[in-house]
Design a protein around this ligand. Structure first.
Ligand SMILES: N[C@@H](CCC(=O)N[C@@H](CS)C(=O)NCC(=O)O)C(=O)O
Length: 237
């Protein structure tokens, strides 16, 4: 039975971390809201279609199971689609990396919504500028520096984050870089100059045959100013 992915149509958002894994694995899946609109998704979020409603999208339906939280979905999927290590310690480490991606995504989002999602970006521009400066100066180097460091420390070599094979965490790191290069082309270029392993991993992931095909297809939506990674040139530097 095909997996069903539920996510807002029109943006890559957090749904993209799941899509990349499904696409890379060549898994059979339906991107439900892109095909049928958001009504089926709302039925789950409202608790009409399940007694275990997710708090927010994305969520995945796998048979009768409805699984929310991006990192949790990837934990569930990773093993089934061949994008997670087999040994338990390495699986937990992969999940730990993914939870750090989750933290990063929140901070990236908060560069344009530091006061919260109840206000438009236009109503929080000075705060966004301040937050973005701090993000580019300290948080982005700290996060990407950590990824660089764990690549360097990987006993199996620096090609992948965990072990000697690609996991869903590598695909997510690729997506973070894609987002940063879109949102902060100048700021991220400065930081990435000092992160050769992270930059090389991005290119390695982009070259994976199924992903390369997906990235060139119209299933891969372009970034826009409704998603997590937004390009506001006044915030870059
Ligand atoms: N921690 C969750 C966050 C999910 C989330 O914030 N989803 C957004 C879209 S990307 C949403 O629909 N938020 C609605 C809300 O928070 O009310 C995850 O990583 O999946």
């Amino acid at each position: 039975m095909a997996y069903e992915l539920y996510y807002w149509p029109g943006i890559q958002g957090r749904g993209e971390f799941i899509r990349l894994a499904l696409e890379d694995a060549g898994a059979d899946y339906v991107d439900v809201c892109r095909e049928k609109g958001t009504a089926p998704m709302m039925a789950f979020l409202d608790g009409k279609a399940t007694t275990m409603p997710p708090f927010a999208a994305p969520f995945l339906k796998d048979g009768k199971r409805v699984i929310g939280q991006t990192a949790n979905i990837l934990l569930h999927l990773g093993d089934k689609i061949g994008l997670a290590p087999k040994a338990e310690p390495a699986r937990l480490w992969t999940h730990q990396i993914q939870l750090t991606v989750t933290d990063f995504v929140v901070e990236a989002h908060d560069t344009h919504h530091p006061l919260g999602v109840d206000f438009y970006y236009e109503d929080q521009k000075p705060e966004s500028k301040r937050r973005s400066e701090a993000f580019l100066k300290s948080r982005l180097p700290k996060f990407l520096g950590w990824f660089e460091h764990i690549l360097e420390l990987n006993p199996k070599g620096d090609k992948f984050l965990v072990g000697a094979r690609a996991t869903y965490a590598d695909l997510s790191l690729f997506q973070i870089l894609e987002g940063m290069r879109y949102a902060f082309p100048k700021g991220s270029a400065k930081v990435l100059k000092k992160m050769p392993r992270v930059a090389a991993l991005h290119d390695r992931v982009a070259d994976r045959p199924r992903l390369a095909k997906y990235l060139a297809s119209d299933r891969r939506l372009p970034f826009n100013e409704h998603g997590i990674f937004r390009c506001y040139p006044e915030l870059d530097g």
